[in-house]
Design a binder for this molecule. Structure first.
Ligand code: SF4
Length: 385
């Protein structure tokens, strides 16, 4: 994408107002000071409130609130059952290409890594899509390409959507940041959602983590979910990659980003993901790891802040962790996952983006959910034909 196009999109975003304005409003806010000063009384007061504001949410992300996981979990469970029922949506990621022009230092697909690069053609995408559908029964797919406008052009991505929309009820995209017009084209072809991980909301930390490539433009990426919402995509997913920067402030910005979009675009469904950094061929070590307790606290705090928003947990998490999280606010899980291009869950591939932790098939995930008295949902939406 040329600089002129990006500058034009960013000028339009500045004109209409954007989440970047919200991020900037916290430039002088001392997160550590706030988090250190939270008292037991503050946490108990927040837990009594029917609706949480931003500072209430941050209060529940504090170290002090970690002692209140049990009441938070009980309320998160109640809120989730009230708004979603005993159901869990299942989906599978589908990596159709792994060319990437970015230099994300924590990723096994980044441009400098000597991995085998692949890209599936239209017929291969169709055959693989059919195989996934037949073997798993899953009807919701998230299409990933790596981020290479040169190899995985917008036309290539739209072509993949065009093929897959005839196989799956729901096709979402996790690709590089598109223009508003290109998101509109994706929606017209049949995509119904998009996920865009900002990865790191702290701009000073973001820049060395993303030294080159299209993704090095922090502002253009940050505005992508809003462009997609304006373009008519129905579901918008957000997330920070936990481990890259202090997780409490990253969780805070992810949550208020979701809240910002939901208030501004009433007809979208917004969801967050809570990915933790996993080992990959790049060998990057988390600078600020988040432990299991911290992850649970983040999910519970977000559920209390946004009772109707989706929460997705991927196969980066262990089987035991995902089983446990079923009751704590999560609404969507991936299954039968592989992060290798054209890969199935049962096939090992040393050129995968990161290591899968929970390798269960969709059928095994469904069995686990039935045992916990939840209904696995393979299809929750159908486009008009
Ligand atoms: S995280 Fe995504 S954009 Fe970054 S190197 Fe990996 S595949 Fe490319």
């Amino acid at each position: 994408m040329d600089k002129e196009t990006i500058d034009r999109e960013l000028a339009a975003a500045a004109e209409r107002g954007q989440f970047l304005d919200v991020v900037k409003s916290y430039a002088d806010f001392d997160f550590d000071a706030f988090l250190d000063c939270v008292t037991d009384e503050d946490v108990r007061t927040v837990l009594q409130k029917p609706h949480l504001n931003r500072m209430d949410y941050l209060t529940l992300l504090s170290p002090k609130a970690a002692a209140y996981l049990e009441p938070m979990a009980q309320r998160a469970n109640r809120e989730t059952i009230r708004n979603f029922g005993y159901v869990m949506q299942l989906f599978t990621p589908m990596y159709i290409a792994n060319y990437c022009e970015n230099g994300c230092v924590y990723c096994g697909f980044h441009q400098g890594e000597p991995i085998v690069r692949k890209q599936l053609g239209r017929d291969e995408i169709r055959e693989w899509g059919k195989k996934i559908k037949e073997t798993t029964g899953l009807d919701s797919v998230l299409v990933l390409t790596g981020e290479s406008p040169r190899f995985s052009s917008v036309d290539y991505i739209l072509d993949a959507v065009d093929v897959l929309k005839d196989i799956f009820a729901s096709v979402s995209l996790e690709v590089y940041s598109l223009t508003e017009e290109d998101y509109r084209r994706a929606a017209a072809v049949g995509a119904d959602g998009m996920t865009m991980f900002q990865e790191c909301y702290n701009k000073a930390a973001y820049e060395p983590l993303h030294p080159f490539g299209p993704k090095s433009n922090y502002e253009f990426r940050l505005d992508a979910p809003e462009r997609a919402a304006r373009a008519g995509l129905r579901t918008i997913g957000l997330g920070a990659l936990l481990g890259l920067y202090h997780w409490r402030s990253e969780a805070f910005f992810t949550g208020i980003h979701a809240d910002y979009l939901q208030h501004k675009y009433k007809d979208i469904e917004v969801a967050i993901s809570t990915p933790r950094l996993r080992p990959c061929v790049a060998g990057f070590q988390a600078k600020s790891p988040i432990d299991d307790i911290g992850l649970v606290q983040y999910i519970l705090a977000f559920r209390l802040f946004m009772p109707r928003a989706g929460i997705t947990v991927s196969t980066r998490e262990s089987r035991a962790m995902r089983d446990h999280l079923v009751h704590l606010g999560v609404t969507k899980m991936s299954g039968s996952s592989s992060t290798a291009v054209g890969g199935l869950a049962c096939e090992a591939d040393e050129d995968s983006q990161f290591d899968i932790n929970d390798t269960r098939s969709a059928a095994e995930m469904a069995q686990m959910l039935y045992r916990q008295h939840y209904q696995p949902v393979f299809k929750d939406w159908q486009r008009m034909v």
